[in-house]
Every structure is written in structure tokens, then in C-alpha cells.
Design a binder for this molecule. Structure first.
Ligand code: CA
Length: 220
């Protein structure tokens, strides 16, 4: 790299942000701009030239996959590296599906973050080893939607959960027993490799609009 890579670091946690900034500055190949929220990050994107974004998914003003989508909507060619504490394969797959160029866990070694930036800047897709391994276990390839393996019934349940309905309300809406609704949710958790009902609900909220669209007749 002859010219310094212009990196936008979006991270609300002060210690993590400072640590990352120091790591990048010590590396000597980057010029770092820091943002503490999604709104601040989007403002920087509008005002300054940025080559690569390091994006935390847990932001105070609307993080998650939606933050990634909003950044890419603002600048479709942007190279975004997700830097998150969430290692659930479904999150990784969702981020890649939404257009992230890489995914590094906060549990990874600092050198991995630098390696990821080099590779992404060169045009590659990069997943840290730990993340890639978990993704492989789920049998989802980058670029393939994690929800593809769900049945129509499961998608219906997911869409309702994403709208904030309880399992009892989901059961009533679909005209099935609570036990049946709970069994469908449990089956989805197993398919998506999610450790808790909370993780399933978080996924449902993040994918709410996408799931609803896929449920619309004629869109298959
Ligand atoms: Ca955070």
C-alpha cells in the first residue's frame, strides 16, 4: 500500500475503540477516523473519503445487520469489515449476505484484524478462522442466505416473532396450538444453530422485512 488506507472505525465501546485505533496507527498503513454511533459513521461517510469501514454490530442507535445495510445503501461499493462479539454463524452469514466483505470476532487476535483489512482492501472476502469454522459447521456458504433452509411455516413464525409477537400470539395467529408453535421455533433454532430463543428473536427482528417479503405470494 503506497497511500494510507482511509479507515472509518465505528465502535461505541471506548476501550475497544481506543485499542483498535492504537493498533491501526501503530500499523502505520492507515488513517483512522472514529465514530461512536451509526449516525456519526454515516455522517463521516458523507463528508470524507473512506476506503474501508470497521463496523461493530452492537451500536446504541441501531446496530446489527441493519447498520450494515444502511452503510451500504449510502455507499454501495464500500468495503465493510464486521467486527463483532457475535460469532453465531447465522449472524456471520447474514452479514455476508447483506454485503459485508469480511467478519472478524472480537475474540480474535489483533493481527487477524490487520490481516482482514489487507485482504479486504485487495478485493478478497475474509473470515477469521474461528468465524469460518463455525460457519462451515452450519453448512452455509458465504453469499448464501441463512434462511434458505427454512420451510414456509417456519418463515411465517419467524416473521411474526420479528413483529414482536409472543409464541402464544404466533400460535393464535396461525391457528395452531402453543405446543406446535413452540416446536416450530425449536426446530428453527436447531436448523440455524442458535443457542437461545432470544437469539432467534433477534434474528427474526433483523430479518423481519426480508422474511415478510419472501412470504408474499408470487415472490417465492
Ligand atoms: Ca458495541
Amino acid at each position: 500500500m503506497s497511500e494510507a488506507l482511509r479507515v472509518l472505525l465505528v465502535e461505541d465501546h471506548p476501550i475497544v475503540r481506543a485499542g483498535c485505533q492504537r493498533l491501526l496507527e501503530a500499523w502505520g498503513k492507515t488513517r483512522v477516523i472514529c465514530a461512536r454511533s451509526l449516525a456519526e459513521g454515516l455522517r463521516h461517510l458523507k463528508e470524507e473519503a473512506v476506503d474501508l469501514v470497521i463496523l461493530d454490530l452492537g451500536l446504541p442507535d441501531g446496530g446489527g445487520i441493519n447498520a450494515l445495510k444502511r452503510m451500504l445503501a449510502a455507499m454501495p461499493a464500500l468495503k465493510v469489515l464486521v467486527f463483532s462479539m457475535h460469532e453465531e454463524p447465522v449472524m456471520v452469514a447474514s452479514a455476508l449476505e447483506a454485503g459485508a466483505r469480511g467478519y472478524v470476532s472480537k475474540n480474535d487476535d489483533p493481527a487477524v484484524l490487520l490481516e482482514a483489512m489487507t485482504r479486504i482492501n485487495a478485493g478478497d472476502i475474509y473470515l477469521s478462522h474461528s468465524v469460518a469454522q463455525k460457519l462451515a459447521l452450519m453448512n452455509v456458504r458465504p453469499g448464501q442466505g441463512p434462511l434458505r433452509g427454512l420451510s414456509a411455516r417456519e418463515r411465517e413464525v419467524l416473521a411474526l416473532l420479528g413483529k414482536g409477537r409472543s409464541l402464544a400470539e404466533v400460535a393464535a395467529a396461525l391457528g395452531v396450538s402453543y405446543r406446535t408453535a413452540a416446536a416450530i421455533a425449536a426446530q428453527m433454532r436447531a436448523k440455524l444453530n442458535l443457542s437461545s430463543m432470544a437469539a432467534l428473536i433477534r434474528l427474526a427482528v433483523e430479518h423481519g422485512s426480508a422474511v415478510a417479503e419472501e412470504n408474499r405470494p408470487g415472490l417465492g
